[in-house]
Design a protein around this ligand. Structure first.
Ligand code: 5GP
Length: 181
């Protein structure tokens, strides 16, 4: 794995695809155990765009029926969180009386995930679980529990496996961290 350059900033290798695959196996095992023999069809909610790869990877490991739904949220500009959560695309399915499993790429301050959870309950969701591939515990500032976390990482800006820097870098199968400036 070599360094990559996006919009003039360099990023170094951080999490290899092989490790990510193992992390996702583990997360999917835990979801499968909790939803084993469920009689309803839970909604798998992909938070666009960053969670696209993670959602596909988790989904193909699940052994119960799910309905796929998406929403597009954004709070980052460049490498910084703005603290304001925008919703360019709303929920693509009705969540009333449904159990929802949110699939997120990374939880940072928690603003996005908590706003989403509140939205889902306001639309009548019966239960909401949060599953995030990665999490930055140093900056997480909410009381809400993140039900399934793949891996905790330090507070640094990363790209790859769906995550972008101003829309670039999503296609890499490994994850890269920004080089000290
Ligand atoms: P939060 O609302 O928890 O502060 O931020 C969550 C969202 O910010 C994620 O869905 C993701 O889009 C973005 N984000 C947070 N940390 C990073 C990061 O290190 N890299 C990238 N590319 N996006 C991030």
């Amino acid at each position: 794995m070599d360094k990559i350059t996006l919009h003039g900033k360099t990023f170094r290798p951080f999490i290899k695809n092989e490790e990510l695959e193992g992390i996702i196996d583990d997360v999917a095992d835990r979801i499968n155990a909790d939803f084993a023999e469920c009689e309803d069809v839970p909604i798998l909610l992909c938070v666009l765009n960053g969670a696209v790869m993670f959602t596909a990877a988790v989904m193909k490991r699940l052994n119960f029926n799910v309905e796929l739904c998406s929403i597009k949220l954004s709070s980052y500009v460049g490498t910084q969180s703005t603290g304001t959560v925008l919703m360019p695309i709303g929920l693509t399915s009705d969540v009333k009386d449904r159990r929802v499993i949110i699939l997120e790429d990374i939880v940072d301050t928690g603003n996005t995930i908590v706003a989403l959870k509140e939205l889902l309950f306001s639309k009548g969701a019966k239960d909401v679980k949060i599953c995030s591939m990665l999490m930055k515990p140093e900056v997480y500032a909410k009381p809400d529990k993140i039900d399934y976390v793949g891996k905790e990482i330090p507070n640094a800006f990363i790209v790859g496996y769906g995550l972008d820097y101003d829309e670039l870098g999503r296609q890499f199968k490994d994850i890269y961290v920004i080089d000290a400036q």
